[in-house]
Design a protein around this ligand. Structure first.
Ligand code: NAD
Length: 205
């Protein structure tokens, strides 16, 4: 199991059994090759959580095949105890979780961001965490994306001063299994192309 998935599992254990709604903001497309989103669903299901997801590009019927309910972002944020974000960073997802979104969340809610730092407005999150408007956050990247900077120090982001915010350096997926899986999938796709076949993980057939 990769850490990426474990983060969500730990948060669930902390909350279970008093709260029960788990939100995946941002789902997996039907062509998604890596299994982490699916695994998060298996884990959450095992803990008895209701799973809801927001993803404008994935249909309700597809989500229902794995027992997940599709809903609007605001509806999900209002209802969820744990919110985990796993979408790409685009113009559309810039500050998807902003002050308004954080104000919509429940007071005891936990926010997890495994995607890029700028999907979450860090200033707004600092405020929400300091004022106890949400309970805690686990971030696998911060807005300034330290890994891409030549010089960086934790003083650059006040989130590093908070006890209720855990921050890791965008390496949550790294495990022996995950690295092997990346190589296997890449090799299988390259092989198919070289043999003139359709690659198994073609995104837009
Ligand atoms: N922390 C880690 O170790 C780790 C590992 C892998 C990927 N990532 C990060 O996760 C993010 C997603 O990567 P991916 O490969 O799953 O991407 P992806 O392109 O497969 O997208 C995942 C899902 O997000 C949905 N989506 C796209 N735009 C959206 C929006 N505006 N709102 C809601 N849903 C939207 C897509 O429909 C898709 O189903 C990236 O930012 C990447 O950096 C992190």
């Amino acid at each position: 199991m990769v850490i990426y998935e474990s983060i969500s599992a730990f948060a669930m254990q902390a909350l279970y059994p008093t709260q029960k709604v788990f939100t995946i903001i941002i789902w997996f497309g039907p062509n998604y090759t890596c299994a982490h989103h699916h695994t998060v669903c298996w884990l959450t299901n095992a803990f008895g959580f209701a799973i809801q997801a927001y993803d404008p590009y994935v249909s309700e019927s597809f989500m229902s095949t794995v027992g997940v309910k599709k809903a609007d972002l605001e509806v999900l944020l209002k209802a969820s105890d744990i919110v985990t974000i796993m979408c790409p960073y685009t113009e559309e997802s810039h500050h998807l979780i902003d002050e308004r979104a954080l104000n919509t969340m429940r007071k005891h809610a936990v926010l997890l961001n495994c995607s890029r730092g700028k999907v979450v407005d860090n200033q707004a999150l600092f405020k929400a965490l300091s004022e106890g408007r949400i309970a805690s956050a686990g971030l696998d990247d911060t807005e300034e994306e330290p890994a891409k900077m030549d010089t960086w120090s934790p003083d650059m982001n006040p989130l590093f001063t908070l006890d209720n915010c855990i921050i890791t350096p965008h390496v949550a997926y790294i495990s022996e299994d995950a690295l092997q899986e990346c190589r296997r999938v890449a090799a299988e796709n390259a092989r198919a192309v070289l043999l003139g076949q359709t690659p198994p993980n073609l995104v837009k057939p």
